[in-house]
Design a protein around this ligand. Sequence first.
Ligand code: AMP
Ligand code: ZN
Length: 464
Amino acid sequence: MIRFYNSLGREVQDFKEINDGKVGIYTCGPTVYSYVTIGNWRTYTLSDFLVRTLEFLGYEVKHVMNITDVGHLTGDNEGDSSTGEDRMEKAERKEGKTAWEIAKFYAEDFINGMKQMNFNLPDVLPRATEHIEEQIEQVQEIIDKGFTYETSDGIYFDTKKFEDAGHKYGELSNLDKIREGARVAINPEKKNPRDFALWKFSPKDKKRHMEWDSPWGIGFPGWHIECSAMSMKYLGEQFDIHVGGEDLMSTHHPCEIAQAEAAKDVKFVNYWIHGAFLQVDGGRMGKSLGNAYSLHDIEEQGFSPMHLRYFYMSGHYKKKLNFTWEALESSRSAYEKLIKILSGLKSDDNIEQNELKENSFYKQFAEAISSDINIPRALATIWEVLKSDLKDELKLALILKFDEVLGLELRKEMNREDDLEMSDEVVNLIAERKKARDEKNWELADSIRDKLRDEFGVTDLQGK
Ligand code: AMP
Ligand code: ZN
């Protein structure tokens, strides 16, 4: 049994899936107008831990993560998708490229980043621009149910009508936490500050690079509609788990729920998991503060994505985590030390899965990940295994098994150490053999050749 904190009930709850043994998960992915930051990566790594945990426990998981490649307005951050500047258009001006080029570039960079971070890649990575039809369809359903009104700049969701019909709006967060954002004064046509755009009309005097025809006029979808439309397309009208950063609890997610439930009149998602924010040097991370580091910045400073992954494991996902370069440095030391120790352990591929499962450390590990995805505790189990008096082969087998959840690429990195060690020795032997040949000591040269072949599998010695 796995339990985790459900933002909907505001408590840790036992998880019960809709379809036996199968779990549908949707994660709100990035808006691809610039590099994904280490803050975003923290949230996506949480999704990866969740997916791997469920698979470890025997569930069959379908994970969908959207890629927002439509420009939405900066007002989104204030909980109002009807105001502010279009992020993609802002990037267009800055980079001198079209929104399409920008989205393509950063989406590819993001997918590469997921591979570098050793994610189990989501089963579907739907892009908003490829699902305009589904979004228009869902807006139409909401219009047909009578929960919308039209203003001069778009089609809006009417939160009051939705509540009058017996639905709840903003269940995920305290209502007063739902930021009222731009006030009626800024957008006087909105009936209620909480109402949000489902479809925005393109400005009359300007052609946007990204715009589509719709039954209501040329324009582009509001920020929230892609997630309710695409999650339902791939996971069904009702599914198990929805993941995102904690900011979305009072901005984007209440709108997603309202849209989905207005369109289908059924409960949308059973469990909502929200990850706490990553801070940098004890404060907010932001582009304007110059500390919104990307994976590239991390690598430029000589760290690997695995060091970052290890760093994320130092805090539970419901608690804020503070990034500093010193903290990353400590994670690197711990990670490299771990690889070194593991490389020195004898291995035995014949250890049975049952023997692992019966081990008390295995039970401790499974308990940690099942208790609200407690990755820090799961990681600590690895070090306890290493300190224990289990035999080497069992230690190694257990830890490699745990890495199915932790995703630290332990096996691969251990082999890297092996390769390095072997090549050092091989390089020395080859040099010794050359010296022996130069000295015409054929006997020694031949014995070294045999040793290279028999012990290291090196046979290609021509010219060496
Ligand atoms: P955005 O690109 O701003 O829409 O964010 C994409 C995802 O990253 C969302 O789930 C956000 O909640 C999450 N996110 C943004 N900033 C942070 C942060 N500093 N720490 C953790 N998650 C974040
Ligand atoms: Zn979303």
